[in-house]
Ligand binder design. Structure first.
Ligand code: NAD
Length: 546
């Protein structure tokens, strides 16, 4: 194992010591506050106090690794300053028929504590309750999911074997995108998931990214996206990235299409230091990144919001090994170290980190990593408890093959909860924009052919200010032009635009609704979107092939 350069160790130390974006209360000026607000380290000394942290052990391997992490933290003196307040969330709550997966009392505990230490929670695939993990992130506006991927001593990967140390992070937008899970069955054969990307949502995540990069001394930040295809949603994500970058001139920016990013990460991951991505893409790329540093057992994360933060491993409940005591608690421990630094227990965090690194470099390993055939590894993998006992034995020691974490004097909590807001706040980016109706897209459940739909639509719209301009099926134009080879399903978009002579601004939404009403006499209307121009710019996409 190569000794890491001090600069790499320094950066790592800081990665685990950052966040807690605190800014002034919201409102019109909230935008400015949220965007310009300092990303403070939680380190400056405050009077010593006991802190409350909401505790959610989770499902599957969650309780096993949480017990292990807490046992280690207790040995390091964390419990002298912190009370872990149990909460009820996850499977136990779903099983009682609560579809939200978290009790009202637990919501209140989280709001009061402002910090959550959380194990993974199970989400049924297909049907069943919504992901409580996602619910928590959205409920408490933890908009930035900061995930760190770093080569660790004793954790062999193709890169470590080649002498290449990895140390990069992914900032995943945590609230928007398809993770709203806004889904509808629109016809017999069509189901839709809405992908929502907002300008203030983008601004929050990008400013968090640049603030964090600045604190860590990162020179270049990449934005991953698919703006070549989703020109408006990912286009906005990319535009706001470039806009946010203007306030951080010392940081170089780059953007990369997400599929190419995946290839680049496999071929040459060391070219990246920090990548910001929309929610779903960030989720997928994160697991790829975890694979580069030894697997999900080594990928910690912090969900950071203005008021509440949630610390959890990237991995899930690992149902294949749950209950066997085999799980690797490292990712949860590393997430906990982010949390300890967030609340100001810097000395304890560094002490535990050094013990963990020392234990790993001594060859201690769980079954998910460490090849017994290699020198330095114990013959048999440790179980979760043995693994943690091995780390406890190293408390007070420092690793020899990598630069140890610097152990600061700061060892009492500095975190303070924010005052409880009176209600939900509105966050805004663009104000004073002038918009005008120029048409509407009406979505129909119909098995008719495109020409038959066109005939009906022209008849319905003949005495209205709107003319039929196109029909598309699964996003591809099938009328007035198209290909007979385009296969259609039972769900159409019909687009109506203002007839010549009707200027934007002269026709209101009610005329479009009246047209929809008329069409509804014969067709099932699944949904409807107004077509508008915003400050003269088209606010809707073209059809494929238009
Ligand atoms: P998973 O992360 O639970 O497991 C993937 C693989 O990695 C499994 O082989 C597992 O054994 C292994 N693994 C994961 N963590 C490990 C650890 N600490 N030590 C050793 N091996 C580990 O992913 P999955 O199987 O796709 O999901 C299982 C459940 O977890 C699902 O219900 C999913 O929704 C949920 N999930 C929750 C979270 C969260 O709470 N934040 C995140 C991801 C998945």
């Amino acid at each position: 194992m190569r000794v890491q350069s001090p600069s790499m160790r320094e950066r790592t130390k800081n990665v685990l010591a950052t966040f807690s974006e605190r800014s002034s209360p919201h409102s019109r000026n909230q935008r400015t506050a949220a965007l310009k607000g300092p990303l403070t380290m939680s380190a400056p000394s405050k009077p010593s106090q006991r802190l409350k942290i909401a505790l959610a052990p989770g499902d599957g391997i969650g309780p096993e690794i949480m017990d292990a992490a807490l046992a280690l933290f207790k040995e390091a003196g964390v419990h002298n300053h912190v009370d872990f307040v149990p909460t009820e969330m996850g499977r136990v709550v779903f099983d009682k028929g609560n579809t939200r997966g978290i009790t009202d009392e637990s919501v209140r505990i989280v709001e009061d504590c402002g910090v959550v230490f959380k194990g993974p929670m199970e989400t049924p695939k297909g049907g069943g309750g919504k992901s409580v993990n996602v619910t928590l992130r959205k409920l408490f506006s933890t908009y930035a999911n900061f995930r760190v991927f770093k080569t660790l001593p004793g954790v062999q990967t193709v890169y470590s074997k080649a002498g290449i140390n990895l140390d990069f992070s992914i900032v995943r937008e945590n609230i928007e995108d398809t993770y709203g899970g806004v889904e509808h069955r629109l016809s017999n054969d069509m189901i839709q998931c809405k992908r929502l990307i907002s300008a203030p949502g983008c601004d929050q995540i990008h400013r968090f990214t640049f603030h964090t990069a600045r604190k860590l001394g990162i020179k270049k930040v990449f934005c991953g996206h698919k703006a070549n295809i989703m020109k408006m949603t990912d286009g906005l994500f990319l535009d706001r990235f470039k806009a946010a970058a203007k306030d951080f001139p010392e940081i170089e920016i780059g953007d990369v299409i997400v599929d190419a990013l995946c290839m680049n990460l496999v071929i040459k991951p060391q070219q990246y230091q920090m990548i910001v991505l929309p929610n779903l893409q960030g989720d997928i790329v994160s697991d790829l990144a975890a694979g580069l540093v030894g697997g999900l057992g080594f990928a910690p994360s912090a969900n950071i919001g203005k008021n509440i933060s949630i610390f959890e491993a990237v991995h899930g409940t690992a149902p294949d090994i749950a209950g066997k005591g085999l799980a690797n608690p490292t990712a949860l421990i590393l997430s906990g170290l982010m949390m300890l630094r967030h609340i100001g227990l810097l000395k304890q965090a560094a002490t535990i980190e050094n013990a963990l690194l020392s234990a790993l470099e001594s060859g201690l390993h769980t079954g998910d990593f460490g090849d017994p055939a290699l020198p330095g590894y114990t013959k048999e993998p440790a179980n979760t408890n043995q693994f943690v006992r091995g780390i406890v034995e190293k408390l007070g020691e420092k690793p020899k093959t990598v630069t140890p974490a610097e152990v600061p004097e700061q060892s009492t909590p500095t975190f303070e909860t924010s005052p409880r807001p009176e209600g939900q706040t509105m966050i805004r980016t663009f104000v004073n924009i002038v918009s005008h109706v120029v048409g509407c897209d009406i979505y129909l459940d119909s098995p008719l052919s495109p020409p038959a739909v066109a005939e009906e639509m022209m008849r319905a719209s003949q005495d209205t200010p709107f003319k039929l301009s196109l029909i598309s099926n699964r996003g591809t134009q099938v009328w007035p032009t198209g290909s007979v080879y385009t296969e259609c399903v039972d769900y159409y978009r019909v687009r109506f635009e203002l007839r010549e002579g009707n200027l934007p601004g002269t026709i209101g939404q009610s005329r479009a609704v009246a047209l929809m009403d008329k069409i509804a006499e014969k067709f099932t209307i699944c949904s409807y979107e107004l077509l508008r121009i915003f400050d003269g710019v088209r606010g809707y996409s073209m059809a494929q092939g238009q």
